[in-house]
Ligand binder design. Structure first.
Ligand SMILES: Nc1c(C(=O)O)ncn1[C@@H]1O[C@H](COP(=O)(O)O)[C@@H](O)[C@H]1O
Length: 128
């Protein structure tokens, strides 16, 4: 049983993931960190989400950030997206993360703001 699943699209997103875990390490909430790209490893992502018992997802991705939205399409749990500034100062990923179609929500935090993703996850978990 893990409280939060943290998934990044690439190992190159690790510094942003570290901002998430840096906040969570000051709490009692547990987490699991994975590198799984929706674009590159769709079957692995499907398998991970279908088997995960986490209560909240944090999805970290740059460029065309499909990852948060694809996770939101596979689970009813809350998904928090963190756009990464890989190119275009993160504007590409910010728009990809925030502009989800109705019915498939992703809560986007600011570009590279892994800390706020952790704080939001904590607030959600504190309700349970
Ligand atoms: N946005 C996605 C997805 C996805 O959305 O499935 N998979 C990888 N990526 C992003 O591509 C960028 C460059 O990745 P590489 O450094 O591996 O080339 C990363 O920021 C990653 O999150």
């Amino acid at each position: 049983m893990v409280d939060i699943a943290i998934i990044m699209g690439s190992e190159s997103d690790r510094s942003v993931a570290n901002r998430v875990t840096g906040v969570l390490d000051g709490t009692d909430y547990s987490y699991d960190v994975q590198v799984i790209s929706a674009h590159r490893n769709p079957d692995k992502l499907d398998e991970y989400v279908s088997q995960s018992d986490s209560k909240v997802y944090i999805a970290i991705a740059g460029l065309s950030a499909a990852l948060p939205g694809v996770i939101a399409s596979k689970t009813k749990k809350p998904v928090i997206g963190v756009p990464v500034s890989a190119k275009m100062m993160g504007l590409d990923a910010l728009l990809s993360t925030a502009q989800m179609p109705p019915g498939v929500p992703v809560a986007s935090v600011g570009v590279d703001n892994g800390a706020n993703a952790a704080h939001l996850a904590i607030r959600i978990l504190d309700l349970i």
